[in-house]
Design a binder for this molecule. Structure first.
Ligand code: PHE
Length: 340
């Protein structure tokens, strides 16, 4: 019996030490200490031993059992710890990795510019109104005092849908719509797409965006126009630029002006962007509302007067952000848009 016990101890020790997983360890425990286990069988055979042998063998087998159980527990702990290490290794989380992997979108620079413009004018007491991109020839030209022989009415300049309807060539259609709907006095801004038969180049596109404003009230003069637009321009572009009002012609305003600001790239010194003029490309058209236009909308020009202005949102954004090519605004290249 002594030899059997010693052989069992050696065998079991070897097996326990060689066990690589907890499941293996459990099967070893069952093999020796389970109901049908080898150690259990030996202990059961104890009854057949002589009186002298029994306590000796009993003590020996107890010692071996204790030793093996201790080994088993130790090994179990070791395997558990190893399993935890492996788990930690496998589920390792690098907290220094950039988490900026999911990019969220944001508003297009044109929409941002439009909303900024709206906010500024709403603060000045203007109401925001909206209107259609397809409008009548009357709203686009006739009511705006644009004579039948005006060049912008030409088929090569304007997209006609029918003899009476067209894709609006400017947002000035909204002057007519607003005056007809609300009458005087009023202060509105309106923006949206406009369409012209233009070749695409760095500053032109057959579709672009305009932002229109109209004030009608008693005693409104050119001075109100200049005062309001100066406030707007300085607020939008910054205090230190200069503003230039150039005389111009629009059929629906008299007098009329075009407005430039200091080239934001060179600050007025002259550079390639401003063609060495020191001035931005023209940003706004404006003027005192022509009495005929008021009359066409049922407003008495002897009582009321007004001023109107229109600007290209695309160009405003280009000047503000130093973008040289209008195409970038419509190509929707994510690498470009991400910068805003
Ligand atoms: N509608 C003009 C244009 O498109 C701009 C303008 C608007 C001028 C209002 C005067 C008053 O060029």
């Amino acid at each position: 019996m002594k030899e059997r016990l010693e052989a069992l101890k050696a065998e079991a020790t070897r097996e326990i030490e060689g066990a690589g997983a907890l499941e293996k360890l459990e099967s070893i425990r069952v093999k020796y200490f389970g109901k049908k286990g080898e150690m259990t069988a030996i202990l059961r055979g104890m009854g057949k031993l002589s009186k002298e042998e029994r306590p000796l063998m009993g003590a020996m087998s107890n010692a071996i059992r204790e030793e093996l159980e201790k080994l088993l527990t130790e090994k179990q702990e070791a395997l558990k710890a190893k399993g935890m290490d492996e788990k930690m290794e496998g589920e390792y989380l690098d907290v220094t990795l950039s988490r900026d992997i999911i990019r969220t979108g944001h508003r297009h620079p044109l929409l941002q510019t439009k909303e900024e413009l709206e906010d500024l004018f709403v603060e000045m007491g203007f109401q925001v109104v909206d209107g259609p991109e397809i409008d009548t020839v009357a709203n686009n030209f006739d009511h705006l005092n644009s004579p039948a022989n005006h060049p912008t009415r030409d088929l090569t300049d304007t997209f006609y849908i029918s003899p009476e309807h067209l894709l609006r060539t400017h947002t000035s259609t909204m002057q007519i719509r607003a005056m007809k709907e609300y009458g005087a006095p009023l202060r509105i801004v309106s923006s949206g797409r406009v369409f012209r038969y233009d070749e695409v180049d760095d500053t032109h596109s057959p579709m672009f965006h305009q932002f229109e404003g109209l004030v009608v009230g008693k005693g409104i003069t050119l001075a109100n126009l200049i005062g309001s637009l100066n406030i707007f321009i300085k607020e939008f572009f910054g205090e230190d630029l200069e503003i230039r009002y150039r005389p111009h012609y629009f059929p629906f305003t008299e007098p009329s002006t075009e407005i430039d600001v200091t080239c934001p790239v060179c600050g007025g010194e002259g550079c390639a962007t401003c063609n060495f003029t020191g001035w931005s490309m023209e940003l706004l058209g404006a003027g005192v509302v022509h009495p005929n236009v008021l009359r066409n909308c049922g407003i008495d020009p002897e009582v009321y007067s007004g001023f109107a202005f229109g600007m290209g949102i695309d160009r405003i954004a280009m000047v503000k952000y130093g973008i040289k090519n209008i195409r970038l605004m419509f190509e929707n290249d994510a690498r470009f848009l991400r910068q805003f």
